[in-house]
Ligand binder design. Structure first.
Ligand code: ZN
Length: 145
């Protein structure tokens, strides 16, 4: 099995069995859309003592947008706000690298499977949608960007 098909399996697995999907709740439910593809993510986070203690999202759209949101939720849950934003910044850099960066698998874990998306500018917004929703919700919860 080559790397591309391995990555494809990771993405499809998250798409078919999304993690932390549910009904967002609370005072700061955010709704982000990617009109160019029709992707939507609704998301809420709970921040307790500067730790991302809860994250719930729902969404519709392409496999990249939905899998990326599932992967993001695994990565940021239980992390401090600083750690979560560091991961977010590394993923954003990877997505904006136009295929030139490989990413640090020790930090990005399953998100590495999305690295190939950076070669396709039209799909980068799909991959970043859930991450931007998380950033927005965290900031609304008082986390400093
Ligand atoms: Zn999409």
């Amino acid at each position: 099995m080559d790397l591309d098909s391995l990555y494809q399996d990771v993405i499809l697995d998250h798409y078919k069995n999304p993690h932390h999907k549910g009904v967002p709740f609370g005072d700061f439910v955010v709704h982000h859309v990617n009109p160019s593809c029709g992707d939507e993510v609704t998301l809420s986070v709970t921040v307790k003592e500067n730790v991302i203690s809860e994250l719930v999202w729902s969404g519709v759209g392409c496999s990249i947008s939905q899998a990326s949101t599932s992967i993001m939720s695994d990565l940021v849950l239980g992390k401090t706000a600083d750690e979560a934003f560091s991961i977010l910044n590394q993923f954003t850099e990877l997505m904006q690298s136009k295929g030139s960066a490989v990413g640090d698998e020790a930090v990005l874990e399953d998100a590495i499977a999305l690295s190939g998306v950076s070669k396709f500018p039209a799909r980068v917004k799909c991959a970043l949608l859930g991450w931007m929703a998380f950033k927005d919700a965290a900031i609304q919860n008082g986390v400093q960007a």
